[in-house]
Design a protein around this ligand. Structure first.
Ligand code: KG4
Ligand code: ZN
Length: 352
């Protein structure tokens, strides 16, 4: 394979895709050209709605999607302007995610497909997080090259996959308990920090002056799997020992030690996978990829070993529809369209 063949042959085909994402707590629509250029990107976040309960309430999320889906798609249409009439297909997240939330996006996409005669392209949310790495202004020779290793770290999933082509996913490892983002959210709650926990822990950790605390790391006998529940339990014990309240300085210290532990395991296993699988490109995606310490640490480790790291801009790491447009473009080119019987697949896996 030549270097060009190892990249997604996407640039310049002019295919414009409308993408819709509603799998969790963001109602999002985007218009993407060539699987690369983001012409419109609209995200209505429900964070404020779910913050009081410290987590997502499925019924509340589904109702909010219903409220926002029309204005969000209309806004994407306005942002896309002259590109809107050139839309060739509508891509939508079919899973994994919350059934009620997924159905809102799927049914809206179906209605558009019928009304406009657009082919419907079902997309796996996790492949969206990976394909976000192609949403860049970088020249083609700076986009990810196959084969590659991709780490997806989100609120619901933590998976390490190997890819030989744009839609060819082989699972190397996954979390055996909590997802990385879920661990951030649960530990933030234990520490009395805001929801969502990822940004709150990152901010608190930045304030830590004493940086000596060491929390456990689960290596799982050299496998590519991950485990974060022991780490969460270690934090819970510390909080309980302190009669349920930690001093602000100690909260920062624990947040720092927790973040170090998660980042260390994620970086070590990802780099090891890339070296053992003999790939040159590494892709990082998912909400936790917005974490600056993870981005810096993985970039440094990759550079040290001559690996090429591809990390989307932070707004394309957390849930958005542009990433669904990027993955939808690859699926549409491969002829992987869906019928009007498309249904929500809450437990859809990316690869076996
Ligand atoms: O990908 P995403 O937006 O939604 C899912 O597909 O789950 O990921 C959300 C997760 C949340 O758990 C959130 O706490 C985490 O991403 N997150 C972060 C950061 N920003 C968001 N985790 C660590 N550091 C961050 N800066
Ligand atoms: Zn996600």
């Amino acid at each position: 394979m030549s270097t060009d063949e190892r990249r997604v042959a996407s640039s310049g085909d002019g295919i414009v895709v409308l993408a819709i994402e509603s799998s969790c707590d963001e109602t999002a629509a985007a218009v993407v050209e060539d699987g690369r250029r983001v012409l419109a990107n609209v995200v209505a976040s429900q964070v404020a709605l779910h913050a009081p309960s410290g987590g997502i309430v499925p019924e509340v999320a589904a109702r909010a999607h219903l409220r926002w889906i029309v204005p969000v798609v209309e806004r994407a249409r306005d942002e896309a302007g002259a590109a809107w009439p050139r839309i060739a297909a509508v891509a939508v997240t079919e899973g994994p995610g919350l059934a009620g939330s997924l159905l809102v996006g799927i049914n809206f996409a179906k209605a558009l497909a019928v009304a406009r005669g657009w082919p419907l392209v079902p997309v796996n949310h996790l492949e969206g997080h990976i394909h976000a790495a192609w949403l860049t202004d970088e020249p083609d020779d700076r986009t990810p090259e196959f084969p590659l290793v991709a780490l997806v770290v989100s609120g619901g999933h933590t998976i390490l996959v190997e890819m030989d082509g744009p839609l060819d996913y082989r699972l190397l490892g996954r979390t055996v308990d909590d997802a990385a983002g879920e661990a951030f959210d649960k530990v933030a709650r234990l520490l009395g920090l805001a929801y969502p926990g990822g940004p709150a822990i990152m901010a608190a950790a930045g304030e830590a002056t004493d940086r000596r605390m060491v929390l456990p790391r689960a290596w799982l006998r050299g496998s590519y799997d991950f485990s974060f529940s022991g780490l969460k339990t270690a934090v819970r014990r510390m909080v309980e020992q302190d009669a349920g309240t930690l001093a602000r300085s100690l909260v920062a210290e624990v947040a720092w030690a927790f973040q170090e532990s998660v980042v260390d395991v994620l970086v070590t296993k990802t780099i090891r996978a890339a070296e053992e699988r003999g790939v040159r490109s590494v892709v990082l995606g998912g909400g936790v990829a917005a974490n600056l310490v993870l981005r810096e640490r993985l970039a440094a480790a990759a550079a040290e070993r001559g690996l090429l790291l591809h990390v989307p801009a932070p707004e394309f790491c957390t849930d958005n529809a542009a990433m669904v447009g990027a993955a939808g473009h690859a699926r549409f080119r491969a002829g992987l369209t869906g019928g009007l019987d498309l249904d929500a697949r809450p437990s859809l896996a990316l690869a076996g």
